[in-house]
Design a protein around this ligand. Structure first.
Ligand code: AMP
Ligand code: GLY
Length: 428
């Protein structure tokens, strides 16, 4: 089978690696800049903007791919799936209309309300700046403030924590009106990703991401500094009941999308806050998470090519999808100063990577040397029977990198995990 992978980050390197485990799969890649890991595996690469639909479709025709996996959200929002489908390429990824589950936060909340799906926090949508400001002025207590559209995971401001009322009003002015206000949820976050073929939904192991830049969950929000998963595919602060509730919310969303005439095919990513009252939806994404893709795709023991056809043909079944029962820890190495002021163009030297799997992300390879760019640089994944074993492997490799970079040493440690468990107990 010939498959096109759109995107050039760590997530897409993980997708391409998983596909390459089937030696008969021929992989082609479209990416904005050359990812050294993907470039080594792909048969042909096309360097272009990931929203350049004309180029992407022309490249799909030229390479003769029959299927495509769309990594990032920007091409989904631009309608790459609609274009590729028109050219006869079957896609893992929703149409522009169905991608609104991620690209339009008001659409997502309203869909859940109209279909009586549980898991929504209290929320209000505004399209007018003056009305939104009046709401903030009158509101008592904390509030999560979100632009309706895509923000690269960096658009949320919490009034009562990151900003005061004046700061909240300034932010509403800055985002010019189209805004969702949500009840501030308290709890522990987890990610549930699933393969979806329009009607069937097959869950992947639970993962916890770490958004904050620095150890102890301090510093600004990032795209995600690293993530871990456990051998039983659960998380110790998520009960079976919570898990079943979260999966049922996702299944209800998939059913609602089909009922409303835009069936969902691709990866559905549910970001949940596990609260004292069970899991609540923070948001949905229309793609794998980055870094969460690195955890689940490292564990996937079935052939991703089969999963791809299951999704595109509507024949997904649990018997086709299996994951190893091991722990994984992913640690991102990022430029010093990331996310606000990353040190760009700094040389890096890999040390001993040991048993860690290296996924290249936003990094430049020049004359055999690596240099930092603006975003997350390299991801190291440890996989082992225990979380401690996986953490050790990832940590050794990440700390062996020399250059103007840093990573979070605490991701995947028992100390951090114990804090999460204690926090959840305290809330319940
Ligand atoms: P998002 O861009 O939706 O992934 O949100 C980024 C981060 O903001 C999340 O990981 C949460 O930590 C936080 N957040 C988003 N929505 C809420 C909410 N309603 N209550 C509390 N925290 C939230
Ligand atoms: N890790 C969060 C995201 O991919 O949006």
């Amino acid at each position: 089978m010939k498959i096109l992978v759109v995107g050039g980050g760590g997530r897409e390197h993980a997708i391409v690696s998983a596909l390459s485990r089937n030696s008969e799969t021929e992989i082609h890649s479209v990416m904005a800049r050359k990812n050294p890991g993907i470039a080594r595996i792909a048969r042909k690469i096309c360097l272009t903007k990931e929203i350049d639909l004309a180029r992407i479709t022309a490249f799909a025709r030229e390479t003769g791919v029959t299927h495509a996996i769309i990594g990032p959200e920007a091409p989904l929002e631009a309608g790459v799936v609609d274009e590729l489908a028109a050219a006869g390429v079957a896609c893992v990824g929703p149409t522009k209309a169905a991608a609104r589950i991620e690209t339009d936060k008001a659409f997502c909340r309203d869909l859940m309300t109209h279909h009586h799906i549980s898991g929504n926090p209290a929320y209000r949508v505004f399209h007018d700046t003056a009305e939104a400001i009046a709401f903030v002025k009158d509101h008592d207590g904390d509030l999560a403030i979100k632009p309706i559209g895509l923000t690269g995971g960096k658009g949320v401001r919490i009034m009562g924590e990151q900003v005061d009322r004046a700061g909240a009003i300034a932010y509403v002015k800055q985002i010019k009106g189209d805004v969702v206000f949500e009840e501030r949820l308290k709890g522990e976050e987890f990610t549930l990703q699933a393969f979806v073929d329009g009607s069937h939904i097959i869950p992947m192991p639970l993962v916890q991401d770490h958004k904050r830049a620095f150890e102890g969950d301090t510093g600004p929000n990032t795209g995600g500094m690293g993530s871990y998963s456990m051998p039983d595919h659960m998380l110790p602060f998520v009960s079976r009941k919570d898990y079943t509730a979260a999966l049922s919310i996702m299944a209800s969303v998939v059913a609602a999308m089909a009922k409303d005439g835009h069936p969902y095919k691709g990866i559905l990513y549910g970001q949940f806050m596990n609260t004292a009252n069970g899991p609540k939806v923070i948001e949905f994404n229309a793609r794998f998470g980055d870094p969460e893709a690195m955890n689940v795709l490292t564990l996937l023991s079935s052939d991703l090519t089969d999963v791809v056809t299951g999704i595109t043909e509507g024949t997904l079944s649990a018997s086709k999808v299996a994951f190893d029962h091991a722990a994984t820890v992913c640690k991102y190495v990022v430029p010093v100063g990331y996310p606000a002021a990353p040190k760009i163009g700094r040389p890096l030297n890999l040390g001993k990577t040991g048993d860690a799997i290296l996924y290249y992300a936003n990094v430049e390879e020049r004359d055999g040397r690596l240099f930092t760019l603006t975003s997350r640089t390299l991801a190291f994944v440890g996989k082992a029977d225990t979380l401690a074993g996986a953490e050790h492997i990832a940590e050794q490799a990440a700390s062996a990198v020399k250059g103007s970079v840093h990573h979070r040493r605490d991701i995947g440690t028992q100390t951090l995990l114990n804090r999460r468990i204690a926090h959840m107990k305290e809330l319940q």
